[in-house]
Design a protein around this ligand. Structure first.
Ligand code: SF4
Length: 388
């Protein structure tokens, strides 16, 4: 079946945070400085607006139904369990969210309690992503992570909440973190054993306070790589499948929602600045929260991209998966073969030991080597450069 005919994913964007973290380049509105009544009213209006958008955009799903719902941000755990329940019910009613759907919420450690997580579960959530990012206070301070983690016991109590898949986000390679410290973190993750772990290398996003106070250097890059390598080795040896450059899961617990992005499958994104990919077309909501709330209808910008741009994106995202990209999949999704100039570059990358090209009968599959995993951005850029 053409991947574009598959069930869709639904992404609901919640662009509010308690306070801005120094390393974060995403658009979000900090609410901690607002009077409490004002921030609650703002969130309630935003949820109401999301409900309306879901209703208005129902026809665009074309009756295909949806098998994942992801509440991302921002900080979706600023929403009450009642608000989350309302959004899920509306997604079921308006967008055909299926009974067995994967339903994820990102949760800030500051908002976490076992009781609240249980309430999210009772509202329909079955996957909770806890944004741990750093275990030690010193690292949280270095990167400017605002959320506090009130002791490792919090993580154990998170793991004790039944009836959900437990997921943790972690940043490897904060300045000052060497492979020994990163190894300690990875062993702690193994002990906790969440079903899913996203481990990112810290990136210095232009325009952020962190990038302003920290210069990148060869030394920083080297220690970051060593830290990430240590995490990767320990998690893989501990039974985690390293299924995407930054993602590890116990068998059967891959993020079904995020796989849709990497595999070019359809998704509907609702909320200020959310992106969608439906019927082979991309569009996005270019509005700020203020504009979004003031709009009664749906204002989407179509992203008119060339075939070359789509080919670049398919390779750039697909190659991040441990299964890589098959030539037959490329043809199925984009209707043409991988261009010759791209094949020649992939051959050169294979000669350099950065990708493997596995022959599978008349088909072949391109995937990263271990070295390629560490240099995935470079590989993706070089592989697609002939089409840029
Ligand atoms: S909580 Fe997350 S989205 Fe919000 S500022 Fe911090 S890193 Fe960015």
């Amino acid at each position: 079946m053409n991947p574009q005919r598959a069930h869709a994913g639904i992404y609901l964007h919640i662009p509010f945070c308690r306070a801005k973290c120094d390393y974060c380049g995403f658009y979000s509105i900090p609410v901690d400085g607002m009077p409490r009544a004002e921030s609650r009213a703002l969130l309630a209006r935003y949820v109401q607006r999301l409900v309306r958008e879901m209703k208005l955009r129902a026809p665009s799903l074309d009756g295909r139904g949806a098998d994942t719902l992801y509440l991302g941000g921002g900080t979706p755990s600023l929403l009450s369990p009642e608000m989350v329940e309302r959004l899920i019910e509306n997604a079921q009613r308006e967008l055909g969210l299926l009974p067995h759907a994967e339903i994820t919420i990102e949760c800030n450690p500051e908002d976490f309690s076992p009781a609240r997580t249980g309430e999210y579960r009772d509202a329909g959530v079955n996957r909770v992503v806890l944004g741990v990012q750093a275990f030690r206070e010193v690292e949280r301070r270095v990167i400017g992570r605002r959320a506090r983690l009130a002791g490792i016991e919090v993580l154990h109590s998170f793991m004790d909440v039944p009836g959900i898949a437990h997921c943790m986000d972690y940043i490897a390679g904060a300045p000052g973190m060497d492979r020994v410290r990163a190894g300690e973190d990875a062993r702690l993750l193994l002990e906790l054993r969440p079903e899913h772990i996203s481990a990112y290398m810290l990136t210095l996003e232009k325009g952020t306070p962190l990038a302003a106070r920290l210069a990148t250097s060869y030394e920083l890059e080297r220690t970051q790589r060593e830290a990430f390598e240590s995490v990767m080795d320990i998690l893989e040896a501990g039974g985690y499948d390293h299924y995407e450059v930054s993602n590890f899961s116990l068998p059967g617990f891959e993020s079904r929602h995020n796989l849709k992005y990497w595999r070019f499958m359809p998704y509907l994104g609702a909320g200020a600045s959310a992106h969608s990919f439906l019927g082979g077309e991309r569009c996005y909501n270019a509005q700020t929260v203020e504009e979004y709330l003031a709009d009664e209808g749906v204002t989407l910008v179509r992203d008119e991209r060339s075939w070359n741009a789509a080919a670049v994106e398919l390779i750039m995202t697909g190659i991040r998966l441990s299964t890589g990209v098959a030539a037959s999949y490329f043809r199925e999704v984009l209707g043409r073969e991988i261009p010759g100039e791209m094949l020649r570059t992939l051959g050169a990358l294979e000669d350099e030991g950065l990708v493997l090209i596995d022959r599978e009968g008349p088909d072949f599959r391109v995937r990263l080597t271990r070295e390629g995993f560490f240099r995935s951005d470079e590989v993706a850029f070089r592989a697609t450069e002939p089409l840029l």
